[in-house]
Design a protein around this ligand. Structure first.
Ligand SMILES: [Zn+2]
Length: 453
């Protein structure tokens, strides 16, 4: 159903350059929320060297009002309207709080409006909801990409890698155009959607990459795809079904030698047992002192699908991706890791003499009764354990297992591993591959189409 809808959107893009789904498609304008919302009583300052022109959002050809000020203040009122004030806090005009009126620079060419410290291309508008005011950048999608590409990939990367990034970012924007529809805009400017920076963050090379791939997007069977990407695959990308439970034929796991020997292709990360415990508790998992971690299941690319965390008060099996979220996405950089414990007393061996032998033999603690300090048999291991014979009267061995001091993670890659590896793209470009080679390497069975103009 979703794919059919996307196809419809694209057909509309190509065939009916009119107003579809609230987006003015003949000019490809989208609404991007800038930063977090403020309270309606907060003052937002806008600057322009040429004054401001107000337009109806869907009729940018003719301004409806001119404001002869280089600095204006904006705030909301209790009626859900946006008040525009001059430098002396005199009200200049009031516009609806639904984003239907947009504010541009006083010149019609290369409109830049400064909001607080940052300049943005095209137009600014505001949406008021529940006493909160959001600043929205009403912007041409290609201009939006000027702000995304340098935020999502270093502008120092080779041009063909930047072009691949521009195309996947454009595809991602098309697919996720309704990500924030319920709040009245299209995309946010954070990693939730794609990171979008102000005009001042633009770079010559990234703008060139956007220009040279104008309108191009990644397509599978004629439909635009969610062209996911990440920093470094660690040598093997991941199947989308292992990350988002949705199997997609173009997001399959592939071997990726290009990502080796690049930043974060391998890493080590150590976290203290007490910090892991507090992070787990913050995530609603309280299993006492953390005694051990055991990888239960890995994917085809060796990423951790599930891991068992053994605590003094119980065990918990969680997804590898959940462990990343809990411990930190920038510290546990991928789920392509192994883990071992360090420090503390790890002597957990138990020796018994049973009826069939006269010499002590080692038994696996997992198959022995574990008693707590009150001689109760329990499934949970506490820091001190004693094993009893099956008659439950004589102690046949004892052991002491203290919590480890820390856990050491050895890993490869950075990010979820699905789709294009950005460092892999860099290496491919350095080896002479072009953006088409890069995209068809990372996305299985795709082609690059152009919206056409
Ligand atoms: Zn978002």
């Amino acid at each position: 159903m979703a794919r059919k809808l996307l196809l419809c959107i694209l057909i509309f893009f190509i065939s009916f350059p009119t107003n579809v789904f609230g987006i003015k498609l003949e000019s490809n304008y989208i609404d991007v929320k800038l930063g977090s919302s403020k309270h309606i009583s907060d003052i937002i300052t806008l600057y322009s060297d040429n004054g401001f022109l107000l337009y109806e959002k869907y009729d940018l050809g003719q301004d409806i009002e001119k404001v002869y000020e280089n600095k204006i203040y904006v705030m909301g009122n209790d009626y859900g309207e946006v008040i525009i004030l001059d430098d002396d806090f005199e009200i200049l005009t009031t516009i609806p709080g639904d984003g239907s009126i947009v504010i541009g620079n006083g010149t019609v060419y290369e409109s830049l409006v400064q909001v607080e410290e940052n300049k943005y291309r095209d137009y600014i508008t505001f949406i008021i909801k529940d006493k909160a005011i959001s600043v929205i950048n009403h912007i041409n999608i290609e201009n939006y990409l000027y702000g995304v590409v340098p935020k999502e990939m270093s502008a120092s990367f080779p041009l063909e890698a930047l072009k691949a990034q521009a195309i996947v970012a454009r595809s991602f924007a098309y697919v996720n155009i309704n990500a924030h529809k319920k709040d009245g805009y299209n995309l946010c400017d954070t990693t939730h959607c794609q990171v979008y920076g102000a005009f001042d963050n633009e770079h010559r090379t990234t703008n060139q990459a956007v220009n040279e791939t104008y309108g191009q997007y990644v397509s599978y069977n004629g439909k635009v795809i969610s062209a996911n990407y990440h920093s470094n695959s660690g040598g093997y990308t991941e199947d989308s079904s292992n990350v988002w439970s949705q199997s997609l034929p173009y997001l399959t796991a592939i071997e990726d030698p290009f990502s080796k020997n690049a930043p974060n292709s391998s890493w080590t990360f150590t976290m203290s047992t007490s910090e892991i415990k507090s992070k787990l508790i913050a995530a609603g998992i309280n299993i006492g002192e953390i005694m051990d971690m055991e990888i239960i299941e890995t994917s085809e690319s060796n990423r951790v699908l599930s891991i068992k965390i053994v605590g003094s008060m119980g065990e918990k099996i969680i997804k590898g991706s959940d462990l990343r979220n809990i411990l930190g996405l920038t510290t546990l950089k991928s789920t392509l890791f192994t883990v071992y414990k360090e420090g503390g007393n790890q002597n957990s061996k138990v020796y018994v003499i049973d009826a069939n032998s006269i010499y002590p033999r080692e038994i696996n603690l997992n198959y022995a009764y574990i008693l707590d300090g009150k001689n109760h048999i329990g499934v949970n291991r506490s820091s001190v354990s004693r094993a009893k014979g099956v008659d439950r009267t004589s102690t046949v061995g004892s052991t002491y297992v203290s919590q480890p001091d820390r856990f050491v993670f050895n890993g490869k890659g950075y990010g979820h591993g699905v789709g294009m590896s950005q460092y892999g793209a860099m290496e491919m470009a350095n080896q002479g591959y072009n953006y088409y080679d890069i995209i068809t390497h990372y996305y299985n069975g795709v082609e690059i189409l152009n919206l056409g103009k």
